[in-house]
Design a protein around this ligand. Structure first.
Ligand code: ADP
Length: 369
């Protein structure tokens, strides 16, 4: 324990301004991700339905001795899509090639990747919804017929030279399945919709990570961290590491309930996993706009963020937590949101109106993923 402890001993906000509860990878996540990733389907905790379905797809492929059907993994960031793609390759005993939509801005970029695959290889295409249109069209043919047409020349003299590809398995990952064009979605033999994790699964993930990182953690501390992890394994693992830092600086390195609570209070992650930005969004929605309805861009300006950040980073969890509803007229706070911030909902406010199909629970409520 150090007597001269101050907040600067701990990394409260990442240098790049990223958030401790972000589902996306930040700062030092990459190296730790490698250490903590389960390597087999059995070691992958939770998502039982997806595991069962995927297990069948893989077994069937092995039995047929052919490349497995193309697989689309859809779900919010940090739920294990990259991990599953690695598991798919490992279970098939095939090499894995990793690329992403933003890296494929020209059809030629994709042609270069596809033409260098070996038979049976698994191609992981992250953020597939961000691929260019030209690459997407090339991918249709590649997925269906294992062939691409390379266009040589320009204008009327241009010719298409067909290039045969080895059979491969495409594993696409997207946080926005709704943005994928129908023809692309239809070419996947299997789509796994991944949902946020139950607390019990997050506890199991934390217990496994704590053992791998050699951090002594009491079960109630693990439960406390799990409750604040927004249903997301990547967040759980990150909070565990931050709590471990705190325990090393402030306590004797052991993570018990008190240490976990104090650390998470310091990092401004509240009891249900809202951080400063989430609370700012809720606060603006309630105090400035009387609970809504208010448009996404207005709300984003009010908290000094990009609309996309508010929409993809804060909203899915706020909707899932039952605090916010997306209605055709704009964002609306629920009565639970007023209660969570300790404010009284104004009588007759829109917050008490029924939301129809905006039920704030379940996968669909998380909005377009
Ligand atoms: P995504 O690709 O969906 O953003 P990742 O596959 O990169 O998510 O997962 C992020 C981290 O969360 C990984 O390092 C992994 O350790 C952990 N993780 C995800 N899912 C699980 C799981 N089911 N069991 C254990 N750890 C998991």
């Amino acid at each position: 324990m150090t007597a001269d402890f101050d907040r600067s001993d701990l990394e409260v906000v990442h240098d790049d301004g990223s958030r401790i509860v972000a589902g996306e990878p930040v700062a030092d996540d990459a190296a730790i991700d490698v250490a903590l990733r389960p390597r087999t389907l059995d070691a992958f905790i939770g998502q039982q339905r997806v595991k069962d379905q995927l297990g069948l797809v893989l077994q069937a492929a092995s039995a047929r001795g052919r490349a497995a059907d193309h697989v689309l993994l859809a779900g919010p960031p940090g739920l294990g899509k990259t991990t599953l793609s690695m598991i798919i390759a490992a279970e098939l005993g095939m090499p894995l090639r990793v690329t992403s939509g933003p890296a494929l801005q020209h059809a030629g970029d994709l042609a270069a990747v596809l033409s260098s695959l070996v038979p049976g290889e698994v191609l992981f295409l992250d953020e597939i919804h961000r691929m260019s249109r030209a690459a997407e069209e090339m991918l249709y043919l590649a997925m269906e017929d294992f062939r691409v047409d390379i266009i040589v020349g320009k204008g009327p003299g241009a010719t298409a030279i067909p290039l045969e590809l080895p059979q491969f398995t495409l594993v696409g990952a997207t946080t926005r399945a709704g943005l994928l064009p129908g023809p692309l979605r239809d070419r996947f033999g299997f789509t796994a919709y991944m949902d946020f994790y139950e607390t019990a699964d997050l506890r199991a993930i934390l217990a496994r990570s704590a053992a791998l990182l050699d951090v002594a953690t009491t079960p109630d501390a693990a439960a406390e961290i799990a409750d604040r992890s927004r249903g997301t394994p990547r967040v759980a693992n990150r909070l565990l590491r931050r709590v471990r830092d705190f325990a090393q600086v402030r306590a004797d390195g052991h993570v018990d309930l008190d240490v976990a609570r104090s650390a998470l209070a310091l990092y401004e992650v509240d009891e249900i996993g809202l951080d400063r930005l989430d609370r700012a969004v809720l606060d603006a929605l309630l105090r400035r706009f009387g609970g809504g309805p208010v448009g996404l861009s207005t709300l984003a300006v009010a908290v000094g963020e990009e609309p996309e950040t508010v929409e993809t980073v804060c909203e899915p969890f706020l909707v899932r937590a039952g605090f916010l509803a997306r209605t055709p007229r704009g964002r609306v706070a629920t009565t639970a949101a007023w209660a969570h911030l300790g404010l009284a909902a104004p009588a007759g406010s829109t917050a008490t109106l029924p939301f129809g199909d905006q039920t704030p629970t379940g996968t669909d409520a998380a909005g377009p993923i």
